[in-house]
Design a protein around this ligand. Structure first.
Ligand code: GDP
Length: 306
C-alpha cells in the first residue's frame, strides 16, 4: 500500500492512503537520509509504502519513496543530528510581524538562507496589519520592498481581521506549503482564517515580551478545502542550517549570488577583500545593509563547516 505521511510524533506516524483513509503506522527497519544524521527517518510530506499488521488497525512503514526535497531543523541537543520537519514541499511560508512581537531581520534572513539551501521557494507573510498606523504601514512597505526586490514575494495581512486572505489562498492553492513562524506572530490565527474548519488553538499573549504558548508540538499536514496542503510546524522556532559551507553561504543570498563572478578573487569571502563587488554593492546601497549583516552573522556564528 502507498500513502502520504500527514503527522509524525516520533514513534507513530499517521499515513493517509491513496483512498483517503488515515492509518496509524510504525516503522520497521532502517531508513537513511543521504548526507545527514536524522532523529526522525520519516517526515510529514513523505510518500511511503506500508503493510497492514494482522490486527488491521495499524500498519508498518516498509519503504520511503525518494523525496523531491526536504527541510530540517537542528536537533535541540546539538548532537549534529537534524530533524526533518517536512518533505516534498512546493514552498515555505514564514509568518512574521514587525511588532507585537517583532520578528528580527536576522531571523527572517536565516529562514530564507535555509530555504535557498534546500532549493525551496520562500514567501513572507507580514501579519497584524491592523496594528499599524499610516506611518507604520509605510515602514512595513519599506521592509517588504527589501525582500521583494531580491525575489521573495511578500504579503501584508491581518489574520485577526481576515484582511487580504484571498491573496494568501491563491498563493497556497494546489501547493504543499510549509508554514513557519516564531510563537506569537499569529500563525495559528492565520491558518484558522484561511481554513476555518481546522480550528487550531491560538495562544493568547498578553504583551510582546511573552513568547506565547505552544499548543501542539508535532508537524502536521492540513488539507485545504480549496486545494492544496499546509504543513504546520508548531513549536518549531527555527529551521536549521547544518550543512552549508562558509564558502557557499553567499550563494544563498540571491542578491550576492548574482554578483559573485565579478569579485577580483574567486575565493572572495566578501568580508574585507579588495575588489569585492559585494562590499561595493553594500556601500552604494544596492545590497541592503541588514542583509549583509545577516550574511556576516551567519558566516561567523552559525554552525557551519569551515
Ligand atoms: P502563533 O503562536 O503564531 O500560532 O500565534 P497565535 O495565532 O496563537 O496568535 C498569537 C496572538 O496574536 C493571539 O493573541 C492572537 O489573537 C494575536 N493575533 C493573531 N493574528 C493577529 C492579527 O492579525 N492582528 C492582531 N492584532 N493580533 C493577532
Amino acid at each position: 500500500m502507498r500513502g502520504l505521511v500527514t503527522k509524525s510524533t516520533g514513534s507513530w506516524y499517521l499515513v493517509e492512503s491513496e483512498a483517503g483513509k488515515r492509518i496509524q503506522c510504525r516503522i520497521k527497519g532502517k531508513f537513511r537520509t543521504k548526507g545527514i544524521k536524522t532523529t526522525n527517518p520519516v517526515a510529514v510530506g513523505d510518500w511511503v509504502q506500508y503493510e497492514y499488521e494482522p490486527d488491521q488497525d495499524s500498519a508498518i512503514i516498509t519503504a520511503l519513496e525518494p523525496r523531491k526535497n526536504y527541510i530540517i531543523r537542528r536537533s535541540i541537543n546539538l548532537s549534529k543530528q537534524a530533524q526533518i520537519i517536512g518533505a516534498n514541499l512546493d514552498q515555505a511560508l514564514l509568518v512574521v510581524t514587525l511588532a507585537s512581537p517583532p520578528t528580527s531581520l536576522g531571523f527572517i534572513d536565516r529562514f530564507l538562507v535555509t530555504a535557498e539551501a534546500y532549493d525551496i521557494p520562500a514567501v513572507l507573510v507580514f501579519n497584524k496589519l491592523d496594528l499599524f498606523s499610516e506611518e507604520g504601514v509605510d515602514i512595513l512597505a519599506d521592509y517588504m520592498a527589501i525582500y521583494e526586490q531580491i525575489g521573495y514575494p511578500c504579503y501584508a495581512v491581518s489574520a485577526r481581521e481576515k484582511t487580504n486572505m484571498a491573496e494568501v489562498r491563491q498563493l497556497l492553492k494546489d501547493k504543499t506549503t510549509l508554514v513557519s513562524g516564531h510563537s506569537g506572530v499569529g500563525k495559528s490565527t492565520l491558518i484558522n482564517a484561511i481554513e476555518p474548519s481546522v480550528e487550531l488553538k491560538t495562544g493568547e499573549i498578553s504583551d510582546w515580551s511573552d513568547k506565547g504558548k505552544h499548543t501542539t508540538t508535532f508537524a502536521e499536514m492540513i488539507d485545504l478545502s480549496f486545494g492544496g496542503k499546509l504543513i504546520d510546524t508548531p513549536g518549531i522556532r527555527e529551521l536549521g542550517i547544518v550543512d552549508i559551507e562558509k564558502g557557499e553561504l553567499a550563494h544563498f543570498f540571491p542578491e550576492m549570488r548574482a554578483r559573485l563572478n565579478e569579485c577580483r578573487f574567486h575565493n572572495c569571502r566578501h568580508i574585507n577583500e579588495p575588489g569585492c563587488v559585494v562590499l561595493e554593492a553594500v556601500e552604494n546601497g544596492e545590497i541592503e545593509s541588514s542583509r549583509y549583516d545577516s550574511y556576516l552573522s551567519i558566516y561567523h556564528n552559525q554552525d557551519t563547516r569551515n
